[in-house]
Design a protein around this ligand. Structure first.
Ligand code: BTN
Length: 250
């Protein structure tokens, strides 16, 4: 069991979004660090770029963890995103017994060319520090059929061929996440950065992107300290992009 992550779990029969619930909780009080808000029936899950996160009832993990990373200044907030993404990737690698688990920038978890998990991290800032963070994680565990609108989904079950115990997965995932969070908290930022890049989907590869409504071929050079994607366009220069400036074509 993890030391603090998931030792308090608020289990909700149904909720719109566990991130919303956790953010509201933080407005009222200061829950114990590592408190998890979890549901197996999320009706309006939120994803990045204002997208919806779809998850079949009782099939997957959808939960949010409350952290207080006061050790992180606002300009270093992407470090937390890296640590959480690595934690989820570590867990998926352990279950699937493969290294072919990657982080697609900024923090989608991919197995091969398919997405198995996503996360939405919402920080509250106090002065120059991150006073609280809600790390919302959606991991496809036992779902096998997805809406055709979801481009390239996959689940653990689709990879291993059998159902997995959700509680078991949750406990193991909490340990993996806490391990990475503690690495960050104890100053192992270089290790996190190095492993994030090692796990980065498409690193050094020539890929297709949509930038300002145009198809662009570029090489992924890495991710800068602010979490922006660094791309090298043929014969051109290296440019950095925010999430809302570039779409990855898979
Ligand atoms: C993405 O891939 O765009 C991010 C998906 C994040 C989904 C999780 S599910 C639990 C938590 N609650 C939400 O409303 N969203 C996150």
């Amino acid at each position: 069991m993890a030391l603090f992550t998931g030792t308090v779990v608020i289990d909700l029969e149904e909720t719109d979004s566990t991130n919303n619930y956790a953010l509201n909780l933080l407005r009222e009080k200061q829950p114990f660090e590592g408190t998890v808000v979890r549901t197996f029936r999320q009706t309006l899950g939120r994803g990045q770029r204002n997208k919806h996160w779809e998850s079949e009832d009782f099939s997957n993990l959808t939960f949010s963890i409350i952290f207080y990373p006061a050790f992180l200044s606002v300009s270093r907030q992407f470090q937390l995103s890296k640590a959480i993404a690595l934690g989820v990737a570590d867990f998926v690698k352990t279950i699937l017994k493969t290294e072919n688990v990657k982080i697609k920038w900024p923090n989608d978890i991919y197995v091969g060319d398919k997405k198995i998990a996503g996360m939405l991290i919402e920080n509250t800032v106090n002065g120059n520090k991150i006073s609280s963070s809600v790390a919302g994680i959606g991991l496809n565990v036992n779902q096998e059929k997805f809406s055709p609108d979801i481009p390239n989904p996959v689940s653990l079950k689709m990879m291993v061929g059998n159902n997995l115990d959700l509680e078991n997965c949750f406990q193991q995932l909490c340990v993996a996440l806490e391990t990475r969070y503690m690495q960050l908290k104890t100053g192992k930022e270089n290790l996190i950065d190095e492993q994030y890049h090692k796990t980065l989907y498409g690193l050094n590869e020539q890929r297709e992107f949509i930038i300002e409504n145009k198809n662009v071929n570029a090489q992924i050079i890495g991710v800068d300290e602010l979490g922006r994607l660094k791309l090298y366009k043929n014969g051109g220069s290296i440019n950095v992009y925010d999430l809302n400036q570039v779409i990855f074509k898979i």
